[in-house]
Design a binder for this molecule. Structure first.
Ligand code: NDP
Length: 337
């Protein structure tokens, strides 16, 4: 069983040496358990938080423990009444090639409905995050302008497309020409702006002639600096992620103090800024699944996956995710389907 363990807690950007590749015996399932062979591992920005001991909404991974993560797996052996050999399931088995599970946290997947990898992306946690943040906090109305950053990624790509399905205008912010072209040509965004461009703030202003009504925050930092002067009165800001600061050391703001400016616009523009962790809305998951599956079947919701082969490549791929090197939902193919 190949496993990737947390070797040390990074202080800034994670390095390959913060992970250890380890080999152990394939675990034996007991009565009531299944043995899972992992096919896909999801790599997500929240894992950077799990590497740190700083207080957060979830407990950190311990040093020497297997890195945590969502997985799609095949049941290899079953000593559980509800699962049989060959079933495909969504599990939370972490960065390893085999795992045992007791069934309580497994969801059976039907490969006939959608490719099984989508259970980690567009039809999984990231897709639900986009849907729930817009549905409950952003609440875009027809003709409004919705801006989303990290727009070509797992969450942002769904945010922009749902905004359009709700009749709003979608403006995406992404890193580089290729990602921007993808937003316009493949996903149907109304505008796409490169946050690495020298005139980024001016371009964003030109792309939002009527201001911004909903800003779905995935990034923070310099992107927020460009967005907040454009916000309209009563704008809604679901705060979903702040990836630009995940590798920062505590207290490091890159020299900028954003608090006074931000608070002033909260007051003068009557902004609603509301953070959320997707599982708060868990009771709405079935509703999301139904609506998103239908959109996918009708070709109204598209997705892009960035699949890296081999569990041993997970650390490098994860480090790249925090630098924008992925293009689409980042997955590791741990074993062939
Ligand atoms: P993505 O697939 O969007 O991948 C991350 C992307 O973030 C990169 O490709 C890069 O895109 C962008 N990025 C990375 N570093 C920076 C930076 N310094 N400045 C600007 N952009 C950067 O990831 P996800 O869709 O999985 O996650 C997007 C956000 O949603 C994250 O902040 C994540 O933490 C959050 N999230 C929150 C959840 C919740 O419950 N609140 C649940 C799931 C995700 P580019 O090249 O375009 O810059």
């Amino acid at each position: 069983n190949m496993r990737i363990l947390l070797a040390s807690r990074p202080t800034a950007a994670p390095k390959p040496a913060d992970f250890t590749l380890d080999r152990a015996a394939i675990p034996e399932p007991s009565e009531g358990q299944v043995l899972l062979k992992i096919l896909y591992l999801s790599l997500d920005p929240y894992m950077r938080g799990r590497m740190s001991a700083a207080k957060s909404y979830a407990a950190p991974v311990e040093i020497g423990a297997v890195m945590e993560g969502g997985t799609v797996a095949r049941v290899e052996r079953s000593l559980h009444a509800s699962f049989k050999e060959g079933d495909t399931v969504l599990s939370h088995s972490g960065w390893q090639s085999y795992a045992v599970a007791n069934g309580s946290d497994l969801r059976k997947l039907d490969p006939a409905v959608a490719p099984i990898s989508t259970a980690l992306g567009v039809l999984g946690m990231p897709g639900f995050t986009a849907w729930a943040g817009l549905q409950n906090i952003g609440r875009p109305k027809a003709e409004e302008t919705v801006v989303v950053a990290a727009a070509s990624g797992a969450v942002g790509s769904v945010v922009g497309q749902i905004a359009r399905l709700r009749g709003a205008r979608a403006v995406g912010i992404a890193g580089g020409r290729e990602k921007c072209a993808f937003l316009l040509e493949d996903l149907g965004f109304d505008a796409a702006i490169d946050h690495r461009g020298p005139d980024f703030a001016d371009q964003l202003a030109r792309a939002c002639p009527k201001g911004i009504d909903v800003y779905f925050e995935n990034v923070g930092g310099r992107v927020w600096d460009a967005v907040f002067p454009l916000l309209n009165t009563f704008a809604r800001i679901p705060v979903c992620g702040l990836i630009a600061q995940y590798n920062a050391t505590p207290g490091d703001t890159g020299g900028a103090d954003r608090l006074d400016g931000t608070m002033r616009s909260v007051l003068t523009k009557s902004l609603s800024i509301r953070g959320f962790i997707q599982r708060e809305f868990a009771s709405q998951r079935d509703q999301f699944y139904e609506e998103a599956s239908d959109w996918i079947a009708k070709g109204k919701l598209r997705y892009r996956e960035d699949i890296v082969d081999g569990l041993e490549n997970a650390p490098t791929a994860f480090i790249g995710l925090l630098e924008g090197r992925n293009f689409g939902k980042l997955l590791i193919r741990v074993a062939k389907e």
